[in-house]
Write a protein that binds this ligand. Structure first.
Ligand SMILES: [Zn+2]
Length: 185
């Protein structure tokens, strides 16, 4: 997979289109999904988050087609994953870390409906910590991964809801984490 796999595929629709149920996942896909669930549990333990209700951790559910690699479904308390995010050579970590950040920051449709940009910025920033905690990346690695993913998102022909100012989004992240500002400024 090339650049497309790096695009931070995130959207914050509360009702992800369920699309078609994926046909049975392959053992390799199941292994990757299990790995992501283990990461989520590791993050939960580190944050001490989400245990006022059961389940503590949002469910990871797979759909054949989604408008993004991963989608946070706050009211449904789950993270939708596009099936191709489980494919070999695909880099799902930035998108998944971003969606987990919505969970950890307690973002719901109600919270974010009036300030989607702020919610997205907060999730991008928190994703750095999630990558460090969940995947044992160094801070520099985590920042680079998020930055590359956001930069790749600039090539999207149709920005996602809540991410409709992708250039500003990268700029805010770049400024906060001391990376070069995008040329689209
Ligand atoms: Zn988001």
């Amino acid at each position: 997979m090339g650049v497309a796999a790096l695009v931070l595929g995130v959207a914050c629709a509360s009702t992800a289109q369920e699309a078609q149920r994926p046909s049975a996942l392959t053992p390799a896909e199941i292994a990757r999904l299990t790995e992501l669930s283990e990461v989520a549990e590791r993050v939960r333990l580190a944050y001490g988050a989400g245990c006022v209700a059961r389940p503590c951790v949002p469910r990871l559910v797979v759909a054949e087609e989604l408008q993004a690699v991963a989608v946070w479904d706050g009211p449904g308390f789950r993270i939708w994953l596009q099936r191709r995010a489980l494919g070999p050579g695909v880099e799902p970590r930035p998108a998944v870390a971003h969606e987990m950040s919505h969970w950890l920051l307690g973002h719901t449709e109600q919270d974010c409906a009036t300030k989607p940009f702020e919610c997205e910025m907060a999730a991008n920033a928190e994703a750095v910590q999630v990558l460090i905690t969940g995947w044992a990346l160094t801070r520099e690695e985590a920042i680079s991964l998020m930055y590359a993913s956001l930069m790749a998102g600039l090539n999207r022909s149709q920005p996602l809801r809540g991410h409709d100012t992708p250039c500003r989004e990268v700029a805010v992240f770049a400024q906060a984490f001391n990376r070069p500002l995008p040329a689209c400024q």
